[in-house]
Ligand binder design. Sequence first.
Ligand code: FAD
Length: 454
Amino acid sequence: MEYITEPERRIPVIRDVDVLVVGGGPAGLMAAQAAAEGGNHRVMLVESRSYLGGNLTIGLPVLAFLGPRGDQVIYGGAQRFIDRLRARGAASGHKPCKLHMSLTIIDPEEAKNVAFELMEEAGVEVRLYTFVSDAIVEDGVVKGVVVESKAGRQAILARRVIDCTGDGDVAFRAGVPCSKGDAEGGMQPPTLMFSMRGVDVQALRDAIVLHPETYDMDRMPAEQFREGNFITVGLRGRIEEARRSGLDVPVSRTILISGLKPDEIWVNMTRVNGTDSTDPESYTRCEVVARRQMRVVTEYLRRFVPGFAQAEVDKVAPFTGIRESRVIRGKYILTAEDILGGKHFDDKVCLAGYPVDIHHSRGGDCSMYFCDDAYEIPYRVLVPANVGGLLVAGRCASMNHEAMAATRVMSTCMALGEAAGTAARLSLETGVDVGSVDIPLLQQTLVSQGVRLV
Ligand SMILES: Cc1cc2nc3c(=O)[nH]c(=O)nc-3n(C[C@H](O)[C@H](O)[C@H](O)COP(=O)(O)OP(=O)(O)OC[C@H]3O[C@@H](n4cnc5c(N)ncnc54)[C@H](O)[C@@H]3O)c2cc1C
């Protein structure tokens, strides 16, 4: 490869804040809100897109507010976010589900509105259209970031930084060791979500309830589809038939999510294997392929799935959603054994209930491994192994491939974000770095904010 050398240049410092959160997805929103709690600290949230919410805005239900035993495990800021949506008819309750523990349907557009409102109320300064391209590190401690925008290259200094970019962008630039995917680097494939309207949802329900042998559902009893919200995961036989007829359906299971409108269904069925979201060339190809797949999936649904004959595409997510990319190496790396074995951690900061759910990096299938009860996630997964001043929350926290396949759901990411924001705040108040936060104090504070830890 050819290189050029950039001339040294002075860049303006546009802010000097107490806590800087990078990335306004489920983790970042909760991190910023928790860091700003009490109003004693200047908190800033930087987001590269034109709105807040990250994957909360692409048409996904929030999974696993409830745990394997049916009791609610995620509370705190995440629950208050849903409460706010529910108060305006923009979210459902938490519907139990044998496969996903629970699903909570949300309106993607209202999620963006609520995100702005919450940041404003918390006193968080939001900066959109701003991409964090580098980390400022001095003597092994992160002191801020470099941003790029229409205003050029600028610096934001911060006493604590929380990386909620999903891809671990800040941590990676700060020199934190990161990894991607399984032993061969295989990552779960991305999906372009889209919705269809004009669906005869009752016809789909009836088909599943009356003919479970044809409209088979993975692990979920047909009864679950009789009423209320649902996610179909199955209809494998229908896909095989479509494939025999020449349609190149990219996935083995028909995944459909009921919307808040009676004739609306969100479709989770494109899969672009081999995508690396940290490589723009790869991610660009992914967007093009996903659009092509969307046409195939639409045809499959119209021809092979009851209720879709007259349905039309209504909304398409603004970007293809990334299930997996970089994760950092933290002070502890969570494993699937920890999750499935219910390992106890003295520094737990989150309970979660979602199973290990790995969409294969090749082919179009999935493997799931279930736990008996909610599991604990330790604070150390948020703390990078080798730099100070930085916490990392959301799907890029310190987990191996299998563990992140469980903790990646949005309810858990929100809870991890709240833990990181609270820890950053306490570290400033007690005058210690984030790696030395008083754990009992952090746990008590989280509980006082409504978080469930036992
Ligand atoms: C197709 C798909 C289906 C899924 N299904 C479900 C489901 O049904 N239910 C569920 O609960 N979870 C589901 N998940 C998982 C879940 O959506 C994600 O794991 C979760 O949203 C991760 O949250 P996060 O806050 O870590 O990251 P994100 O939601 O990705 O948010 C990251 C934010 O950071 C911003 N950002 C990134 N880099 C930078 C930068 N350098 N500078 C500035 N801003 C930056 C992004 O624009 C984004 O707003 C699914 C994921 C995908 C992709």
